[in-house]
Design a protein around this ligand. Structure first.
Ligand code: SAM
Length: 345
C-alpha cells in the first residue's frame, strides 16, 4: 500500500481520492480550523498538522508525523499568487510563495514523487517565474519535473467542468515518462447520474434524513424568476423585462450564468464557494425552482454521501467549492502507480 502526504489538504478531497484507491495518507497539513475539523472527522488515522506551512516548526511536525516511513508521493495543492517584480519576496518573508515553501517538506521527507494541483493560471505566463523556481529547486533535490498541464475534472469521471493545472515530479526520467504516457481517463458522468435520485425539494424545504439536502429559502421574486427559466440548461435570457435584475438590464452578456439552470445530461459548471446561490453562477437545479443543495454540490464534486462536513452551511459551501474532486485523484492513481513502478526500491 503506497504512502502519501497531503499538504494544503483542505477538507480532504485529495486524501479521499487516494484512500478510495487504497493508499495510506500518513500526514496532512492545513492552517484553517474549519477544514481541519472536517478532515479529522473523515480521516482519523492520518496525523493532521493544523499549522501554518510558513513556520519552520510546521515542517518539523510533518516530518515527525511521517517518522522514518517511506513516502511514495507528496501532494501539494498550494494557493498561488502570481509573482511579479513587486511581490517577489524570499526567505523568511511571510509573503514567500506557499508553493515554494512546500518544497521544504519534500526536502525533509524525501518522497519518490510529487503531485502538484493548482489553478489553470499556473500554466500561464503570469506564473512562469513560479514554475521555473519550482523546477529549479526540485532539480537541486534530485527531481525531474513536468511542465504545467491543464486538464478538466470532467474527463476523469467528475460530473463537473473544472479545469485544473497539474505538475508531476519524480526521482528519475523513466518515472516521469511512465506518468505521462499512462492513459488517464474515466467515463463522463452527467448531472443526472450524480443527483437525480435525491428527493425533490421546494425553496426552504429540507430532507429529514440528510442535513446537507436542505434547499435555501428564496425570496418570492427569486422564485418568480426561476419559474421563467427553462428547465435543463435555461438562462436569465428568458426572463421577462419586469423580472430582469436592475444591474443586468441591457447587459445580456454580463454575468450570463446568474440564475442559470444546470443541464441534466451535461456536466455541472465549475462549483465555487457560492455554489448554492443562484445569484453567483449557474447554480439552479435543472428543473426544481431553487439553487442546488449542499448535498447536490458535494455529489457534483464526487464526495460520497458518507463524507462528513463540519461547520455552518456557508462554511460547508466554502469547503466543497474549494475542494479537489476525490474522483479526479482516484482516476490519476494508475499514472501514479506507473511512475512508482519505474523507481527502483
Ligand atoms: C485549494 S485548497 C486545497 C484543497 C485540498 N487539497 C483538497 O483536496 O480538497 C488550499 C488550502 O490551503 C490552505 N492554506 C493556505 N495557506 C496556508 C498556510 N500558510 N499553511 C497551511 N495551509 C494553508 C487553505 O486553508 C486551503 O484549505
Amino acid at each position: 500500500m503506497p504512502n502519501a502526504v497531503d499538504i494544503f489538504s483542505g477538507s480532504g478531497g485529495v486524501t479521499q481520492g487516494l484512500r478510495a484507491a487504497k493508499w495510506r495518507v500518513l500526514a496532512a497539513c492545513d492552517n484553517d480550523p474549519v477544514v481541519a475539523a472536517t478532515y479529522r472527522a473523515n480521516h482519523r488515522r492520518t496525523k493532521f498538522v493544523e499549522a501554518d506551512i510558513l513556520l519552520d516548526k510546521t515542517i518539523d511536525s510533518i516530518a515527525a508525523a511521517v517518522a522514518d516511513q517511506h513516502v511514495h508521493m507528496l501532494v501539494i495543492c498550494a494557493p498561488c499568487q502570481p509573482f511579479s517584480s513587486q511581490n517577489r519576496y524570499r526567505g523568511d518573508d511571510a509573503r514567500e510563495q506557499l508553493i515554494i515553501r512546500a518544497l521544504s517538506v519534500a526536502q525533509r521527507i524525501d518522497p519518490d514523487t510529487i503531485f502538484f494541483e493548482n489553478v489553470p493560471g499556473l500554466a500561464t505566463p503570469a506564473y512562469r517565474t513560479v514554475v521555473s523556481d519550482v523546477q529549479k529547486r526540485l532539480a537541486e533535490f534530485g527531481y525531474v519535473v513536468t511542465d504545467p498541464m491543464v486538464c478538466d475534472a470532467a474527463d476523469f469521471g467528475v460530473p463537473q467542468r473544472r479545469k485544473r493545472c497539474i505538475m508531476f515530479a519524480a526521482k528519475n526520467q523513466a518515472a516521469l515518462n511512465a506518468f505521462r504516457i499512462c492513459n488517464v481517463t474515466a467515463p463522463r458522468r452527467s448531472v443526472f447520474q450524480a443527483i437525480a435520485d435525491l428527493p425533490a425539494l421546494k425553496s426552504g424545504e429540507a430532507s429529514e434524513t440528510d442535513v446537507l439536502h436542505r434547499a435555501r429559502t428564496h425570496l418570492p421574486i427569486a422564485i418568480q424568476r426561476l419559474l421563467h427559466i427553462p428547465a435543463d440548461g435555461g438562462s436569465r435570457k428568458s426572463l421577462p423585462e419586469h423580472l430582469e435584475l436592475a444591474c443586468h438590464k441591457n447587459k445580456a452578456k454580463a454575468f450570463s450564468d446568474v440564475y442559470g439552470r444546470m443541464s441534466w445530461y451535461d456536466v455541472a459548471p465549475t462549483l465555487t464557494t457560492g455554489c448554492t446561490d443562484v445569484t453567483r453562477g449557474r447554480f439552479a437545479h435543472p428543473e426544481q425552482h431553487r439553487a442546488i443543495t449542499l448535498r447536490e454540490a458535494a455529489r457534483l464534486q464526487s464526495f460520497p454521501d458518507s463524507y462528513k462536513f463540519t461547520g455552518r452551511s456557508g462554511q460547508v459551501a466554502m469547503q466543497i467549492g474549494n475542494a479537489v474532486p476525490p474522483d479526479m485523484i482516484r482516476a490519476f492513481v494508475p499514472a501514479f502507480k506507473a511512475a512508482l513502478a519505474a523507481i527502483p526500491e
